[in-house]
Design a protein around this ligand. Structure first.
Ligand code: SF4
Ligand code: ZN
Ligand code: ZN
Length: 314
């Protein structure tokens, strides 16, 4: 098989586009897809300060590498979830990547701050680890962006993640989630920094290939808490359909953004934000979800804020 661009031997075949690329043109294709996403949704400009949430997996490391390669100003934020060996390995992988490229990385460790990992906090709270983790991660990302003066938070959600989430939201008719489902969430919708997903046009297979071609070491293991995650089942279902009918995921997700979403959000969402009575962060209630969760688990919600403020001064 030959590269569609230069006719040299191809390194990868993208079934959904019926296109093959050599290494150089595959990387160029990925850059093109990400630039297209950034421009289409006006995610950020070259002078914006971007904070990339990096877990150590292929998607977030690929995203960080792509943004830097394209000339954007992007620092990393790693949240150490305190999930035994998995978190240790993830942290080391991210640190190694940042050091190898001389990039700025902020690390916030839940276990160092509270003596407990996500699983133990969830247990105290009688919630699932993923529900607890989601609240904590969102809170820390917002807090870090605000205190450390970043105006954009970028996450490594790819086409597979976004189409699986969309499928789940449609199956359960989660109208509020469908309204909010977008590659960009603006400041006035989330209360803090803009949140963007520049990889929404790139598949999981393509981010792995990008990492392999660019020799980026990433953690292959999935989080041990993800075993029961419903989203993995939706991904599996979409993969089965995609195998028979390449391009289905793209048509499903891009079709929703271009033709379907309008039916769920005919007008701008009217969200009233208050300042959390404990930590001061914007919330739709009196006390934000994070402070409620930590208080219920007998943990001090403000400890993370104090730590992030110290990070700013260091
Ligand atoms: Fe957090 Fe659950 Fe994802 Fe693990 S699988 S990182 S616990 S949300
Ligand atoms: Zn080529
Ligand atoms: Zn709060």
């Amino acid at each position: 098989m030959h590269c569609t661009k230069c006719h040299n031997e191809a390194s990868i075949y993208i079934r959904r586009h019926n296109t093959a690329f050599c290494k150089e043109h595959f990387i160029e294709y990925i850059y093109g897809q990400v630039e297209k996403a950034i421009k289409k949704y006006k995610m950020f400009e070259k002078n914006d300060q971007i904070l990339v949430a990096v877990s150590g997996g292929k998607d977030s490391l690929a995203l960080w590498d792509i943004l830097i390669s394209l000339g954007y100003k992007a620092d990393g934020l790693h949240i150490d979830l305190g999930i035994s060996e998995y978190s240790e390995k993830s942290k080391e992988t991210v640190k190694k990547f940042a050091e190898s490229k001389n990039l700025k990385l902020h690390i916030i460790s839940i276990k160092d701050l509270y003596g407990l990992g996500i699983k133990e906090i969830a247990h105290k709270n009688r919630k699932t680890p993923c529900a607890t983790c989601g609240v904590i991660k969102r809170y820390i990302m917002n807090l870090a962006a605000l205190e450390l003066k970043y105006n954009v938070i970028a996450t490594g959600h790819n086409l597979d993640d976004e189409s699986a989430t969309l499928l789940g939201n449609i199956l359960h008719w989660q109208i509020d989630y469908l309204k909010a489902h977008s590659p960009i969430l603006l400041e006035d919708e989330v209360g803090f920094a803009r949140k963007v997903k520049p990889l929404y046009r790139v598949s999981e297979y393509e981010t792995s290939a990008y990492c392999i071609m660019k020799k980026i070491e990433y953690i292959i293991d999935e989080c041990p808490m993800s075993i029961d995650a419903q989203s993995l089942k939706y991904k599996e279902i979409l993969n089965i359909i995609e195998r028979d009918s390449p391009g289905t995921k793209e048509q499903f997700y891009f079709g929703f953004l271009e033709k379907g979403k309008i039916y769920f959000s005919p007008e701008k969402r009217d969200i009233k934000l208050n300042n959390c009575k404990i930590c001061g962060q914007p919330t739709t209630s009196e006390i934000c979800g994070f402070c409620r969760q930590m208080t219920k688990a007998n943990l001090e919600p403000l400890r993370i804020k104090e730590f992030v403020i110290k990070l700013k001064d260091s």
